[in-house]
Design a protein around this ligand. Structure first.
Ligand code: F6R
Length: 223
């Protein structure tokens, strides 16, 4: 798998925003899989600047913490703040994983699947919140977050104690059914895991390595 290395975070963000832009221009009724976290913030900024028509777009977020959705750090709030309230997307067109998780899967299937799925990667190789050991066939489900993930995400919550310990995540099987996938990674702390995932053994202990089995994945990195 080829990793395209970009010169700056700005370039990473605008490159991925342009991939999304091309997708929406060509297919205004696209279904997108969307990430949260630090990495895609610049991409959402760039997307907002492009003033695209989101009126026919349907989105499926990759994951949510099991927590109060009104919490400032909930992914529902993140998406509202960084993308949804700055575009003309219809509120009923944006979906977050929910329980029963099979109903969320039905929603994706009922909309004929995800056309373009944007991913980040965790320092332990997770994609969405599919932690090491997740089955490559996994579907949307409730998961316990890995200690490493809780530690990494405690920067958003002030302390490990206050960081959510569980989430609902799209499964690896669900993600792999996306027609196109873009993985974005920012920072040299992601380089090693990115290399292992893209060029090493395809193994459930490195969830992102499953992407080697997909025939339409683009990987963008900047340090
Ligand atoms: C969040 C998600 C996660 C993040 C990953 C990297 O929706 O899917 O897999 O992409 O934890 O997070 P950042 O970008 O904060 O380093």
């Amino acid at each position: 798998m080829e990793i395209k290395v970009l010169k700056s975070y700005k370039e990473l963000s605008s490159t991925v925003a342009n991939v999304v832009k091309r997708q929406l221009k060509k297919h205004p009724l696209s279904k997108l899989g969307l990430p949260t976290g630090d990495t895609p913030l610049g991409m959402y900024d760039e997307l907002v600047k492009r003033e695209l028509d989101w009126s026919h777009v349907i989105t499926f977020n990759l994951d949510v913490y099991l927590m109060n959705v009104d919490h400032p750090e909930s992914y529902q709030n993140y998406m509202r703040k960084n993308l949804f309230e700055k575009t003309n997307i219809y509120p009923d067109h944006s979906h977050f994983p929910f329980r029963p998780t099979s109903a969320f899967e039905d929603k994706i299937a009922g909309s004929m699947g995800i056309d373009l799925c944007i991913l980040g990667i965790g320092t332990n190789g997770h994609i969405a919140f599919n932690e090491p050991g997740s089955s490559f066939l996994s579907r949307t489900r409730v998961v316990d977050l890995d200690e490493q993930t809780i530690e990494d995400n405690s920067r958003f919550f002030g302390s490990v104690d206050d960081t959510p310990k569980q989430a609902i995540t799209m499964g690896l099987g669900t993600i792999m059914e996306s027609k196109k996938i873009v993985l974005m990674a920012n920072g040299d702390h992601k380089l090693n895991i990115l290399n292992v995932a893209m060029n090493g053994e395809v193994t459930e202990s490195i969830p992102a390595s499953v992407l080697q089995n997909h025939d339409n994945v683009k990987v963008f990195y900047c340090d």
